[in-house]
Design a binder for this molecule. Sequence first.
Ligand SMILES: [Fe+2]
Length: 220
Amino acid sequence: MATQAPSKTKKEATKGLTSTKGAGEPQTNSAVNIQPILNQQVQAPNPTQRFGTVSQRLPIGLDDHVRLESVQMLNQLLADTISLRDLYKKHHWQVVGPTFYQLHLLFDKHYEEQSELVDTIAERIQILGGVAVAMAFDVAEITSIPRPPRDREEAPVQISRLLEAHQIILKNCHEYAKKADESGDDGTNDLVVSQVMRTNELQVWFVSEHVVESPLTKAE
Ligand SMILES: [Fe+2]
């Protein structure tokens, strides 16, 4: 019986093609196209999902109208949390004065904790079949946190801005937790209470104590 020579694998075939050229000659390879296809965003097809809709149905036991209501609440919470997160970073960079070191570190710690909340809220929105708001352009349009100036401000003013933002988020948390509870979205209720509310309340405590007038070296 005649034996057949084994056919070349794709890798071997490619190797053979590219190695036939001498050093210094341009390497051509008509068999494999390894060029990236760029600028596909220019004439992009329709998006896979529109913002403001809940179209993907993961089997999580929640009706469309429940998921839609939760997604709308969570996107507001997300935009406000992104704003508060960034407010902490702004103040982390710009803080000045005798409490610089402790506030510089505290603001960054709270920034990191708010960053974790941002990710948790956004992923909950996706789990519910919605689309999480993401970019600063869109966050700026949605957030209810007042826009701070670009300028550098005194530490007590920074702290007041942070506490105002926390308060806005916490008031929404109470309302959203109640609505999620009533609609049967226990996962969203738990996230809002156990993570967003608890984290914000604790941060309010740590930040608030810095604007209490208290003697520094001698009891009054
Ligand atoms: Fe830093």
